[in-house]
Design a protein around this ligand. Structure first.
Ligand SMILES: Nc1ncnc2c1ncn2[C@@H]1O[C@H](COP(=O)(O)OP(=O)(O)OP(=O)(O)O)[C@@H](O)[C@H]1O
Length: 242
């Protein structure tokens, strides 16, 4: 992997009709890091994930993952290459149990259908505090547990790059701390993470680097503690005048 860069995004553009949502956004993600993405509502953060995962087509620009060109590749191919993601609104197979949801992701992502896959899924369920709900139908889970399942399913697909879209909202302090420690463990296990999050203190506890989007443009990038001190970031994102 050249220069330890796992994902390189160059000049990404996306519009919906006349609405320009991303204007030539460029960034890279190094293998092993946690990159945070913040920005006001509607800044284009989720759209960026949709372009990376292939849920939406780019209008322009380039995306290279692990040395492979992503543009033009369908979402399922990107998943097999090692890109896992969560959605803000969880999307489990509601008629299947929590454990079955993980097995589908594991079989699809890694292609393996062996005892190791079962054990791995059981371990991921435990990590995501869902062991006691393994045999419950996903449709019967609370929103919090659906969010946990969303993360568990993404992990089960064996991602090299995990895209997390606002998974900390609505958690208690204790649950937030548990989530941060889980994300650290995932990172320490060798998974590179890009995390969109409005719960800033959770993101700051784990992100190595941060980028800030505003109206589809990258307005800041760097070490989180420095980025959040920027007067422009404080003004557009936190509503604080410098
Ligand atoms: N499929 C779509 N069709 C039309 N407009 C869209 C579509 N998806 C997103 N948008 C618009 O694009 C803009 C960026 O949306 P996006 O969801 O990427 O923002 P975001 O930064 O993730 O916001 P939030 O923090 O609220 O999740 C918004 O104005 C949104 O209404």
């Amino acid at each position: 992997m050249a220069n330890g860069v796992l994902l390189e995004a160059r000049d990404l553009k996306k519009s919906f009709g006349a609405l320009k949502v991303l204007h030539e956004v460029s960034f890279s993600v190094s293998a092993g890091e946690v990159l945070g993405i913040v920005g006001p509502n509607g800044a284009g953060k989720t759209t960026l994930f949709n372009l990376i995962s292939g849920d939406m087509r780019v209008d322009g620009g380039d995306l290279v993952f692990d040395g492979q060109q992503l543009v033009g590749q369908p979402p399922h191919r990107r998943c097999k290459l090692g890109i896992g993601r969560t959605y803000q609104i969880p999307r489990p197979y509601v008629g299947m149990t929590a454990f079955e949801n993980l097995l589908v992701a594991a079989f699809f992502g890694s292609g393996a259908k062996d005892a190791d896959s079962y054990r791995r899924c059981a371990r991921i369920l435990a990590d995501c505090e869902l062991s006691d709900k393994a045999n419950r139908s996903a449709g019967s889970l609370t929103l919090l547990d659906r969010k946990r399942l969303e993360l568990a399913r993404a992990l089960a697909s064996c991602p090299k790059l995990l895209l997390l879209d606002e998974i900390a909202g609505g958690l208690t302090d204790e649950e937030g701390k548990a989530l941060v420690s889980l994300i650290r463990r995932i990172r320490d296990g060798g998974v590179t993470i890009v995390w969109i999050e409005h719960v800033l203190h959770a993101l700051l506890a784990v992100a190595d680097r941060m980028i800030v989007l505003n109206f589809g443009e990258k307005i800041a990038e760097g070490v989180p503690a420095e980025v959040i001190k920027s007067s422009q970031v404080r003004r557009v994102y936190m509503g604080v005048e410098a």
